[in-house]
Design a protein around this ligand. Sequence first.
Ligand code: CS2
Length: 479
Amino acid sequence: MPANPLLTRSDAPRPKVGIVHLGPGAFFRAFNAPYTAEAMAKSGGDWGILTVSLRSADIRDKLKPQDCAYTAVELAPEGAEYTVVEAIEDILVAPENPGAVLDAMADPQVKIVSTTITEKGYCHNPATGELLLDHPDIAHDLTHSDAPKSAIGYIVHALNRRRLAGVAPFTMMPCDNLPNNGPLTRSVVLGFARALDADLATWIEANVRFPATMVDRITPATTQADVDALTAAQGYIDNACVMHEPFRQWVIEDDFVNGDRPDWGGVGAQLVRDVEAFELMKLRCLNGTHSTLAYLGYLAGYETISETVADPAFVNLINSLWENEITPTVPQPEGEDLLAYCAALLKRYQNPSIRHRTWQIAMDGSQKLPQRLLGTVADNLAAGRDIPGLALGVAGWMRYIGGVDEKGALIEVKDPLSDRLRATYDSSGDPEEKVVALLNIKEVFAPDLANNTVFRRAVTQAFLRLCHDGARATVQGFS
Ligand code: CS2
């Protein structure tokens, strides 16, 4: 049998590059790039994307042989749909050629820089949102303007090049799951700029736009089995393919330098004045229950989200979370119905075609918990409401980062603070002491929350049940 050919790009006309996107991961290729490809197909414009990997050459090595074309595979319960996406014009690996990245970001033709760099990519304190000036990459980038390591370093040094060249700035559009991601990005960018050059900071403050966004599409990591299944279905090899659910929602604050942006609104994105209510809804209703299912589901022995919600006890837990602890803290965004939104979330989680690993969602919990669970906790405590489900989710994270599962097997805990978390867990004595020690980690728990007796007691009781009865029995006993 002849070997299957590699995916080849069509001979469609190539637009100029108008967007530099930092973070070429699966979510960007399942979400941002398809929206932009559709917007160009509908309304034209030079919105070709140059994407940049800040670390690894892996995705570059998969995309370049295909001339940056790839397949987005939509996995619905009833079957798969395949779309070849051709919005990426080129890809760079920043450590190989930082100058080329800075040149591209400083090019007047580039109007937007966007990011999917995960929560940890902003080099901020998750509990306070402040830039970590002592972060090794930030410290490096403040004295290496020609070869940054961090996204923030690239953004500020590129803006400085535009300022010095008399070129208008780009719009800085974050697309990560962070609360008020526009203002947060503005805060860390200005924090870096002020440490570098006061005049630059003043220029950025006056001229750069940081539109907030809410992004939503469940996109599990691509496996070799996914690549092989695509080859079997389509007859070509595509090592850069991505798998995603049918649902997508993009809410964008319509605030761009000179109004320059693709016609995303023409292909389903919502351009609004204020994204905050949509962000809160999504971060708390989706990501909050996602993380709760991830930690407790993993400990209960479930590999994926769909397997976890096949257990009625876990469905009971997240329904109780939505009804009693999450939606009471979420103002209903314009045009949304929160109860319908949560019911739709459960259907999305139950999609058997989406193999979204609990282990993948469990990553980087120290960067995720504040906006996914702890803000919700704080709002409930302030309103005098109990938080049994949220406390169980936090306790599940604490048990998970202990690094040993309920069968005694090691858990590969991926987190920027993993060493410190594990050391804190191991060096503290009995379960009550472990909870207190972990609550004292200020990058995750703001002191006033860590010292709240209602919260501390609820997390301790949940943690003790997890340690004594295990996750499955604890969730089954939840009411
Ligand atoms: C997930 C998110 O991995 C995770 O932390 O909770 O990636 C989630 O799938 C997306 O936010 C859905 O839009």
